[in-house]
Ligand binder design. Structure first.
Ligand code: CP3
Length: 342
């Protein structure tokens, strides 16, 4: 089986020698070997070519030896498969030329696709990545939360406040819920297929959940994440990460998720208190703190592990790693975890 199973044991709440570590967006632009491939191939070519996606997935593992790999892909392959055009524009980020704005768009344009036909390339990338990993470490599969996907589908691009997405939900709630349900149905089929192809855990990224008030969060985001957890939890451990969603941690702790992601605005003590102290937590180093000198990073990581406790804990950042992080600083973060307790 898998040689280094620290990550899977932490997800099961078992006692471990030290907590496992990986970094959100670990396959990314801070790595020179990633930038070399980025120069040659555009974003969705990298996602859609199993040879490239699997290579990019294992790059950070080779360099740093994290305790889990996360498949290189993007949350926006789901709207693409649902018949919504998505581009990645240099300097802009995600760009959807024809966003969803009406009930008719949701009903007539948006489809719940056949996963094998539309996203078979992701499954091929998983197969190839599993071969390259050779059972050294577990592989994480992921999807965006339905709310976070809706944000891009309606807004048409990234945004500071996703005002158009919110206006759509608050003026056309029926259409919004129909869209959220179609995304949820697609996401469940997609994640189940990933598990069939061998991913060992799945993470749901609710990057924009924290934009909603606690009441709106339950209505437009959480109830759909709960459906995904219900559908997946008997097949693979599910990690729910909601950025800015500390206010919902108590609800999340009762959901059947194996672990909850926490961002850096919530202290370890507060996160433990809100979740009742029994569920595995993942996080929550401020990604910008990786700009501190390596010795400071190491000291802060040790303090973070002491604060969360070494068990029922997965060391991670509170959000994705930034492109301007020096490679040796990312290395200090990983090393500090491996040295913990020794
Ligand atoms: O974690 C990993 O290493 C796996 C790969 C991964 C990517 N995107 C690769 C990527 C994961 C897990 C994602 C998830 C994702 N994509 C999220 C949720 C997580 C989060 O950080 O909040 C979101 C909101 C997206 C949508 C998206 N894709 C954005 C906002 C961007 C950045 C645009 C920019 O130029 O800054 C992307 C592009 C993207 N996805 C990049 C990578 C490495 C960078 C662009 C590139 O490589 O060309």
């Amino acid at each position: 089986m898998i040689k280094n199973d620290l990550f899977l044991r932490a997800l099961q709440g078992e006692t471990v020698e030290r907590p496992p570590v990986w970094m959100m967006r670990q396959a990314g632009r801070y790595l020179p070997e990633f930038m070399a491939l980025k120069e040659k191939y555009d974003f969705f070519t990298r996602c859609q070519t199993p040879e490239l996606a699997s290579e990019i997935t294992v790059q950070p593992i080779r360099r740093y030896g994290m305790d889990a790999a996360i498949l290189f892909s993007d949350i926006l392959v789901i709207p693409q498969a649902m018949n919504i055009e998505v581009e990645m524009k240099a300097g802009v980020g995600p760009w959807l030329p024809d966003p969803i704005r009406t009930a008719a768009d949701v009903e007539h344009r948006v489809i719940v696709p056949n996963i094998e036909e539309t996203l078979g390339y992701v499954m091929d990338a998983i197969d190839m990545t599993k071969e390259k990993l050779n059972n050294q470490v577990p592989l994480i599969g992921f999807a965006g939360s339905p709310w976070t996907i809706l944000c891009y589908c309606v807004q048409g691009q990234g945004s500071k406040n996703f005002d158009k997405a919110k206006a759509f939900c608050y003026t056309q709630p029926e259409a919004a819920h129909a869209l959220l349900q179609k995304i949820t149905d697609t996401t469940i089929l997609y994640l189940k297929e990933k598990v069939k192809h061998g991913v060992n855990a799945v993470q749901v990224f609710d990057s924009w959940g924290g934009m909603l008030s606690p009441v709106d969060y339950q209505e437009f985001s959480w109830q759909y994440i709960q459906q995904i957890i219900d559908a997946l939890k008997d097949e693979a451990p599910v990690i729910a990460f909601g950025k800015g969603c500390w206010f919902a941690l108590d609800t999340m702790a009762k959901s059947g998720a194996a672990a909850l992601g926490v961002d850096w605005t919530c202290s370890p003590e507060m996160a433990r208190q809100l979740t009742g102290g029994n569920i595995t937590l993942q996080g929550n180093f401020d990604p910008s703190r990786l700009l501190s000198p390596p010795a400071t990073i190491k000291k802060m990581v040790k303090e973070m592990i002491d604060a969360f406790g070494k068990d029922k804990y997965i060391v991670n950042l509170g959000h994705g790693i930034l492109p301007n992080i020096p490679i040796e600083n990312a290395g200090a973060f990983i090393e500090a975890v491996k040295e913990y307790g020794s």
